[in-house]
Design a protein around this ligand. Structure first.
Ligand code: ADP
Ligand code: MG
Length: 235
């Protein structure tokens, strides 16, 4: 297998002036192509910080991060923006859709930034919305859709550029249990068809659907939850 994302000794220190917060304290993580990894941890453990680094939205204070064999710290701002736009697809807890745009236009946006011509953009967004089961709703604005449907639009937006890696930060955190199942079923299908997915969550139900889970506590990764050390987890 090929390592898509490779982290070694990644540290992230937030310097807020008065205090320094070490959010990540030496992370080693490999995500292979076709993998489906859940990153679990309590609030404040460093999950979002880790996602921002995997997603090239932020860079490590020290340590090494390679995406598809390329060292991210060596990239220019322009290259980083291009990587985020073309090789990564993001799904956030709060959907992050533009309220004034239809589902169709929201899904087209990453293609606008990528300079794809209008006719192709329309067609690809239409296909992505059909892929998530929302072909009929493509002219609705986010406010006219349920939370679960809005999150499916944002999954379509993440998919439309055909990214190497889909990164989801608490994608079901704002959803009811039915919509949560919809999104998790969708992720299962995407992974079965070869998509690499990293999902950050503090819900066991979400982690249970991934191929494997890593746990983060106070900025450190472990394979097993802390309670397992006391014999709590049989897997
Ligand atoms: P999680 O997503 O697991 O809740 P975060 O990655 O958001 O955790 O935060 C990890 C730690 O880093 C926390 O102690 C948090 O307060 C701190 N932190 C996160 N972002 C910033 C920031 N921009 N400036 C300073 N501290 C931050
Ligand atoms: Mg978070």
């Amino acid at each position: 297998m090929t390592a898509l994302a490779l982290m070694t000794g990644v540290r992230k220190v937030y310097d807020t002036g008065a205090v320094q917060v070490e959010a990540l304290c030496g992370i080693d993580l490999t995500v292979e192509q076709g993998d489906y990894v859940a990153i679990m941890g309590p609030s404040g453990s460093g999950k979002s910080t880790l996602m921002h680094i995997i997603g090239c939205l932020d860079v490590p204070t020290s340590g090494r991060y390679e995406l598809d064999g390329e060292e991210v710290a060596a990239m220019t701002e322009k290259e980083l923006a291009e990587v985020r736009n073309r090789r990564l697809g993001f799904v956030f807890q709060s959907f992050n859709l533009l309220p004034s745009l239809t589902a169709q236009r929201n899904v087209e946006l990453p293609l606008v930034y990528a300079g794809v011509a209008q006719a192709e953009r329309r067609e690809r967004a239409r296909i992505a919305l059909e892929r998530v089961g929302l072909g009929e709703r493509r002219n609705h604005r986010p406010g006219e859709l349920s939370g679960g449907q809005q999150q499916r639009v944002s999954v379509a937006r993440a998919l439309v550029t055909d990214p190497a890696l889909i990164l989801a930060d608490e994608p079901t955190g704002a959803l009811d249990s039915v919509s949560t199942h919809d999104i998790l079923d969708l992720f299962d299908e995407l992974n079965a068809s070869g998509r690499t997915i990293v999902v950050i969550t503090h819900e066991q139900e979400v982690a249970d659907r991934a191929r494997r889970t890593v746990h983060i506590y106070d900025g450190r990764l472990t394979d097993a939850p802390l309670s397992a050390a006391a014999g709590g987890d049989a897997r």
